[in-house]
Design a binder for this molecule. Structure first.
Ligand SMILES: Nc1ncnc2c1ncn2[C@@H]1O[C@H](COP(=O)(O)OP(=O)(O)OP(=O)(O)O)[C@@H](O)[C@H]1O
Ligand SMILES: [Mg+2]
Length: 293
């Protein structure tokens, strides 16, 4: 997620909230405005039905090719869901749909029970608390680890305010906590460009964590990492589980084995199988299309 994208999202949400505030409420309970207001408030996600994310019968075609085909799945609050499947199964496209990068042709995508994600733009969705990590690390190489994390907090401010920005004590505490979580406490003053590939990935995850996302989407996070970095990333994800909901796409089966509870297998744009890794690994259809290659 780029700072421009985050800033644009903040601006739109502010505009939206100002419009809603101007409209006021029309009954004692808030009436129609209350129902309308709810989805627009970042930080409020209704998970009373036990789901942080819900997709139903989602389809999208590119030039007549159905990349996502009647895809339905849901994720519980605090869950760490692993998604596996062959190349071209639609895993990244699914994340594109959740984050508003790609509009589906049909289907429903809800964040909690009340937020219809298809009504929002990419930047607004990011602001609501859905963080996305693309495969390639995108940190600011010329800035230090500290500055990168600090920058992740600044994005809600206007440019001039951002230049004068100083961390308050809560933000400093959060930054220290994130540094510890991503195992970079000893590297605060290092330039991000001098970090290893794995450390850059952790830093980018740290930048997402600074925004305290409710749901984190991670696309092939351990690709290109050393075995040791992969092990540390597994530990990191296990500490994030419960505090955040995570959707992790990976091809590295030993990594999946370490972190997974429920594994969803995607194939041809829909769910082929779901269960523990042992269950899906013994599923004949999964072996045929993916694991048996
Ligand atoms: N914007 C697009 N335009 C055209 N085709 C696309 C677009 N995005 C994805 N596709 C196609 O949709 C299919 C699903 O691609 P996707 O990238 O989602 O697969 P994936 O499961 O993430 O695969 P991999 O494991 O290789 O990353 C592929 O055939 C891909 O070529
Ligand atoms: Mg992909």
């Amino acid at each position: 997620m780029t700072p421009e994208l985050m800033e644009e999202g903040a601006r739109r949400i502010e505009q939206h909230q100002a419009a809603l505030a101007a409209a006021g409420t029309n009954t004692a309970s808030g009436g129609r405005s209350a129902g309308f207001l709810r989805p627009s408030i970042p930080g409020e996600v209704d998970t009373t039905h036990g789901r942080i994310l819900y997709l139903e019968d989602v389809s999208v075609s590119f030039d007549g090719f159905k990349a996502i085909n009647k895809l339905s799945l849901d994720i519980a609050p605090g869950e760490l869901r692993c998604i596996i499947g062959p190349n071209g199964a639609g895993k990244t496209t699914m994340m594109d749909i959740i984050t508003g990068k790609t509009r589906p042709d049909e289907g429903q995508v809800f964040f909690g029970s009340t937020i219809d994600l298809l009504r929002y733009k990419e930047a607004e969705i990011a602001q609501m608390g859905i963080g996305r990590k693309f495969q390639k690390p995108t940190v600011f190489e010329q800035l230090t680890v500290f500055e990168n994390l600090e920058l992740a907090l600044k994005t809600n401010k206007a440019v001039t305010a951002s230049m004068l920005f100083r961390l308050n004590s809560t933000q400093s505490d959060r930054l220290a906590e994130v540094l510890h979580t991503i195992n970079l406490s000893d590297s605060v003053a290092r330039l991000a460009g001098n970090l290893s590939h794995g450390q850059k990935q952790w830093l980018e995850i740290g930048m997402l964590l600074m925004q305290d996302p409710k749901l984190l989407l991670l696309d092939e996070p351990v690709a290109g990492m050393t075995d040791e970095e992969t092990e540390r990333t597994a530990e990191l994800f296990l500490t994030l589980k419960g505090k955040h909901s995570l959707m992790v796409v990976e091809h590295d089966m030993s990594f999946i084995n370490t972190i997974s509870d429920i594994v969803t297998v995607l194939c041809d744009g829909s769910v082929l199988a779901q269960g523990t890794l042992a269950q899906v690994q013994s599923d004949e259809r999964v072996i045929e299309v993916y694991l048996g290659r």
